[in-house]
Design a protein around this ligand. Structure first.
Ligand SMILES: Cc1cc2nc3c(=O)[nH]c(=O)nc-3n(C[C@H](O)[C@H](O)[C@H](O)COP(=O)(O)O)c2cc1C
Ligand SMILES: [Mn+2]
Length: 439
């Protein structure tokens, strides 16, 4: 077991040492070359584009997280302990440590002028509306609780100083709605260029008012060093590659999208909030990080926090749950599989109902027995084929909140949810369900 990685550069060195990072030289087109090269290496290696940025201001890097194994290495734990360490982090938060400017490489350089149009942000998918920043962690302070909130939002580069953002109805959306009701612009800091542990913390499913930086501290085994941002006094990761400060403008909406998203469909064009960027800081020779939407990286960042939140929810109704997985085909968000060993009739259905509350986007829950490999979609289908009577085992809940990015959902992301109890009914003769095997 190694130590957790505290900044992007040390993580990239680790990947390079293991042959899981490639460096590409020569001018590459941000629209036609970069996303294809990222897609080709998706799931295997990170890609550093040495010369993709014509202005040479920063070095583009993508695909920095490719597997559960890499995720575990980034946190300094065994792969099998990912879920348990995330659960532990949720229950034992560690407050960040405030440091001064001298200990904050992210403030080494201040750009004299904000020029978002010069950033090497790629054009990711064919029908996207433009170039997007996809790996920036938005940090805001909620005046009602006095705590900060972390989340990632795609940012469409509108011009040199403005971006458009998709803000789905979660914590950041809630904080912005209150600011807007009071006709206040909302100060925001964007930390860009972070190692997997920080990105994973930003995706935590928590109660409102929990600072994701404290989950990050727990995940990384010690307080995260954070520095006050010069303009708005927001605490930001001192070891990030780049920092942008700005305001989400109250009462302003401009067209944003379409944008290729994690379900492998396009999120539609619509009027969305606008952020004006007031200041740009970075390290010397900074990396510019991008996350290719719908890549393994995007999927895994969604999966692990949701698996942990779902595990927590089902633990409250049963001591017999073993594991939870969100499938890749379901975008690591929509389709959950829960593995358990039911001991009494009805237990699996209660577990299913609890799993729906693990995360809003969960649309289907399948509950299976311990002998099913929940990481193998074929094995899960085998359980459904052989252990399910739909009239008895399928539950449908109508009119729930799902994902706005699900093209089949009604406006606002309203969706039906369904659960399938694919466990052998308690009390049935189990030998009838036994899997054949050769002697
Ligand atoms: C690469 C990536 C891109 C994301 N883009 C968006 C986005 O554009 N809009 C959004 O609302 N959520 C997006 N998310 C999900 C949120 O960051 C995530 O749900 C977060 O936990 C929300 O935090 P909050 O509940 O504190 O607001 C993205 C996640 C990842 C990993
Ligand atoms: Mn939050």
């Amino acid at each position: 077991m190694t130590a957790a990685f505290q900044d992007l550069r040390s993580w990239l060195r680790h990947l390079e040492g293991r042959g899981q990072l490639v460096r590409l030289r020569g001018p590459l087109d941000l629209r036609y070359d970069v996303p294809r090269l990222l897609e080709e290496r998706d799931g295997t290696s990170a890609v550093v584009f040495e010369d993709a940025d014509a202005s040479q201001a920063s070095v583009l890097v993508g695909g920095t997280l490719n597997s559960r194994e890499q995720m575990a290495q980034a946190l300094g734990v065994e792969t099998g302990a990912l879920l348990s360490s995330y659960l532990r982090a949720l229950s034992t938060p560690v407050a960040p440590r405030e440091v001064g400017v001298a200990e904050a490489p992210v403030l080494e350089v201040e750009e004299p002028e904000v020029r978002l149009d010069r950033l090497p942000a790629p054009w990711h998918h064919a029908r996207d509306s433009g170039r997007f920043i996809t790996a920036a962690v938005a940090i805001v302070c909620d005046p009602s609780t006095g705590t900060q909130n972390w989340s990632i939002h795609r940012l469409q580069i509108n011009d040199a100083r403005r971006v458009g953002a998709l803000i789905l109805p979660r914590h950041l959306g809630h904080i912005f709605a209150r600011a807007e009701a009071e006709k206040r612009d909302m100060p925001v800091a964007f930390a860009l260029g972070l190692p997997p542990g920080y990105l994973l913390a930003s995706q935590a499913i928590t109660a409102f008012g929990v600072d994701e930086a404290t989950i990050g501290g727990a995940l990384l085994g010690g307080p995260i060093p954070m520095v006050r941002s010069p303009r708005y006094g927001i605490l930001v990761p001192a070891l990030a590659e780049q920092l942008f400060e700005g305001r989400v403008l109250a009462g302003v909406r401009e067209p944003e999208g379409p944008f290729g998203e994690f379900p492998r469909t396009y999120g539609p064009r619509s009027e969305k909030p606008v952020i004006e960027i007031d200041a740009h800081y970075h390290r010397h020779d900074p990396y510019f990080q991008t996350i290719l939407p719908a890549s393994r990286e995007h999927m895994l960042l969604g999966a692990i926090p949701r698996e942990a939140a779902t595990f927590r929810a089902v633990q409250h109704v049963s001591p017999n749950v073993r594991d939870v997985v969100l499938s890749f085909a379901g975008g690591c968000r929509y389709h959950a599989v829960v593995q358990m060993a039911p001991s009494i009739a009805g237990e699996a259905k209660n577990v299913m109902l609890a799993a729906f509350s693990g995360a809003n986007e969960i649309k289907r829950v399948v509950v299976v027995d311990e002998d099913i490999d929940i990481g193998d979609p074929g094995d899960v289908e085998w359980a459904i084929a052989n252990r399910v009577q739909p009239h008895r085992d399928v539950v449908i809940v109508e009119g729930a909140l799902g994902s706005q990015l699900d093209p089949s959902a009604a406006p606002g992301g309203i969706t039906s949810k369904w659960g399938i109890d694919a466990t052998i009914p308690v009390g049935d003769d189990r030998s009838r369900y036994e899997r054949i095997r050769t002697p």
